[in-house]
Design a protein around this ligand. Structure first.
Ligand SMILES: NC(=O)c1ccc[n+]([C@@H]2O[C@H](COP(=O)([O-])OP(=O)(O)OC[C@H]3O[C@@H](n4cnc5c(N)ncnc54)[C@H](O)[C@@H]3O)[C@@H](O)[C@H]2O)c1
Length: 371
């Protein structure tokens, strides 16, 4: 069996090398690339110190979170240093607010061209199919969330990028401790979204240890925003309630009144993303962190809203798919490691969240009436 003997010899040689040198160091020094690029991989890479500011590419940037993140990063790093990308056509206000480029994360060559031509140093990978949408199209979710991630990881490793990939409360499942859920515990999600996010966490951490990739990941709770609509997640009700309350004074909730889930106002989420990306590498004891702000049920959110809008009527018509997903997710999130390591601190609790959302819509409503 010559092949087996040869493999055995190679394995013994690798073992010997590993005993002498930690594998990560050896791999980093030879700029080994996980895809096809070999010794010239580092030729393309722009080290962070070469530029005053990072040059950022955001994938899937036209969803609920990307436009807001681009605005925050542009304020900090300059308009032209942050490129939004997506496969959808941008609305004109987004198109005119800063650089936008077409990018399909399933097209590896196109992605690589964008990274090289624009001397990208940070990649924020937002493209994904969220939980409810993913369950409705498993094949597409698998392709975008898993195959797409592989392209992103390889390009980030080849070009020495700092890579941010968000994970989610959906990366946990019914066998995880749910109240609260710590950073490290059993993760057996039951959705393709959750499975793909656990895969992303593990692959990112693997690339970090294997290739020295600067991978950073936050597990976001459900994100609530006023000026952008959610993209088909299980926590969407907490955004929709504001729109319906203001439009019609009525809201029909698709989750049971006592379904408790961790939530966060978008400004906290985007600031956390910037903060973890800027955190010194030696402050990060892990590469994937829970972050949290508050945890509430539809009933508690409705009651808080009714303090300001007593006429609001809330009824329940439970969507069984979303309810099953929510029942398998964390009720509260333990984010003590993020608070300890890089100083994470949320600004918005439930009352401030409700007030901020109503202020936003109040302003918008008055503007619509005036025009
Ligand atoms: N919004 C939340 O509450 C929340 C919570 C936890 C984690 N996250 C994560 O944050 C990220 C951003 O979330 P979001 O709410 O903005 O998502 P979203 O669904 O609103 O937007 C995702 C974007 O990805 C784009 N996209 C789809 N296929 C693509 C492809 N092949 N190539 C390039 N782009 C493609 C879509 O056009 C869309 O604009 C996602 O990874 C999501 O899993 C979001």
């Amino acid at each position: 069996m010559p092949v087996i003997r040869t493999l055995g010899t190679v394995a013994r040689q690798v073992q010997q090398v590993q005993q002498v040198l930690p594998l990560t160091v050896a791999v980093r020094n030879i700029s080994f690339s996980p895809r096809q690029v070999t010794s010239d991989a580092s030729f393309h890479s722009v080290s962070f110190s070469e530029t005053d500011h990072p040059k950022v590419l955001i994938t899937g940037g036209l969803g609920q979170l990307g436009v807001g993140l681009a605005k925050l990063l542009r304020k900090r790093f300059g308009k032209n240093n942050v490129i939004l990308s997506d496969i959808r056509k941008p609305p004109s206000n987004v198109f005119h607010s800063g650089p936008f480029i077409y990018s399909d994360i399933l097209d590896y060559k196109n992605l690589r061209e964008i990274v090289v031509n624009n001397r990208i140093t940070w990649l924020v990978h937002y493209s994904a199919l969220l939980s409810a949408v993913g369950e409705a199209n498993v094949a597409l979710a698998r392709s975008v969330n898993i195959t797409g991630l592989h392209n992103i990881l390889d390009i980030a490793a080849e070009h020495g990028l700092r890579l941010f990939v968000p994970s989610t409360i959906g990366a946990f499942g019914p066998t995880s401790p749910r109240n609260p859920t710590p950073d490290l515990c059993v993760q057996r999600p039951r959705t393709i979204y959750g499975v793909s996010k656990v895969h992303a966490e593990l692959m990112g951490e693997y690339y970090h240890h294997r290739y020295g990739l600067d991978f950073r990941c936050l597990r976001y709770p459900g994100i609530i925003s006023a000026d952008s609509m959610p993209g088909g997640g299980t926590t969407d009700y907490a955004v929709q309630i504001f729109h319906d309350a203001i439009k019609s004074g009525k809201f029909e909730c698709n989750l049971k009144p006592d379904t408790r889930l961790p939530m966060m106002y978008i400004d906290d989420c985007l600031r956390a993303t910037l903060e973890v990306m800027e955190a010194p590498a030696d402050s990060l004891s892990m590469r994937t962190y829970n972050i949290n702000a508050m945890s509430f049920t539809p009933e508690e959110l409705s009651q808080e809203l009714q303090k300001q809008m007593p006429e609001l009527e809330v009824t329940y018509d439970v969507d069984l798919v979303r309810q099953a997903i929510a029942d398998s997710w964390p009720m509260d999130f333990d984010d003590s490691n993020a608070r300890k390591d890089w100083g994470w601190k949320h600004d918005y609790d439930l009352p401030e969240l409700v007030q901020t959302m109503l202020n936003y819509f109040g302003v918008e409503t008055r503007m619509v009436q005036a025009s």
